[in-house]
Ligand binder design. Structure first.
Ligand code: SF4
Length: 196
C-alpha cells in the first residue's frame, strides 16, 4: 500500500508553509515573501518535539492511528496519523481529545473503592481490585448456578450476572469474554455496545 504522507513530508510541509520565507524554501531567491516580521518568526507548533511515537486511539474499535509527540519524555500533542488507511490523519472529537484527558489533572490513575455502606473512597492496589472482582463473580455464580429447570431441562446457567462490553474491546477480547463468561461460567446476559 502506498502511504499518502510520511512524517518527513509533513515536516517538510510545515517548513515550506509556515516557518521560512519562500526564498529559503526553494522558490525564486530574488523575491521576498509578503510576510510580516511576526510571520517570519513563527515556528512550527510541534518543532520542540524530540520524539514522535505511534499509538491507537483507545476509545473505540475503529482503531484510528495516532501520532504522539513528546518532549523530554512528556507528551505535548496527539493527532491523527496520516499514514493510516483507517483514519488518514483524522480523528473524531473523542479521539481528538486524547491529549486532553491523558494529561488532565482530574484523570484518575488509581483504583478507588467504596466499601458497602461506607461514605468515603479509599485507594486500593489494582491487584486487590482484580482479585475482589474475580472473587465476587465466582461466588455469585456458584450461589446462583442452575443445572436443570424444574421440568428437568438442562440449562447450566446463571441469570444473576451480566456482562456489558464496550466498543474498545477487540475481537480477541470478545472471543475470550464469550468463551469464559458463556461457556465457562454459564452467564446468559452477555451484551456489547457494538452488538458483537
Ligand atoms: S473514538 Fe473516534 S478517533 Fe477514536 S478510534 Fe473511534 S472513530 Fe477513531
Amino acid at each position: 500500500m502506498k502511504l499518502r504522507h510520511t512524517i518527513a513530508d509533513r515536516v517538510a510541509g510545515f517548513v515550506r508553509d509556515w516557518s521560512l520565507p519562500r526564498q529559503l524554501a526553494g522558490e525564486d531567491p530574488t523575491r521576498e515573501a509578503a510576510q510580516s516580521t511576526m510571520s517570519r518568526q513563527l515556528r512550527p507548533r510541534l518543532e520542540e518535539a524530540d520524539t514522535i511515537g505511534t499509538s491507537i486511539c483507545p476509545y473505540c474499535a475503529v482503531g484510528c492511528a495516532q501520532l504522539v509527540y513528546a518532549k523530554a519524555g512528556n507528551v505535548i500533542h496527539i493527532e491523527g496519523d496520516p499514514r493510516s488507511p483507517i483514519n488518514e490523519g483524522t480523528l473524531c472529537p473523542k479521539g481528538a481529545a486524547t491529549f486532553g484527558w491523558l494529561t488532565s489533572p482530574q484523570r484518575l490513575t488509581k483504583v478507588r473503592y467504596r466499601a458497602p455502606y461506607s461514605e468515603s473512597w479509599e485507594e486500593r492496589p489494582l491487584g486487590w481490585a482484580m482479585d475482589r472482582i474475580a472473587y465476587l463473580v465466582k461466588r455469585t455464580r456458584d450461589e446462583t448456578f442452575v443445572s436443570n429447570l424444574p421440568d428437568g431441562t438442562p440449562v447450566n446457567h446463571t441469570l444473576a450476572i451480566g456482562s456489558l462490553g464496550g466498543a474498545t474491546l477487540d475481537n480477541e477480547e470478545n472471543y475470550l469474554i464469550k468463551k469464559l463468561f458463556g461457556a465457562g461460567l454459564g452467564m446468559v446476559w452477555i451484551e456489547n455496545q457494538a452488538r458483537v
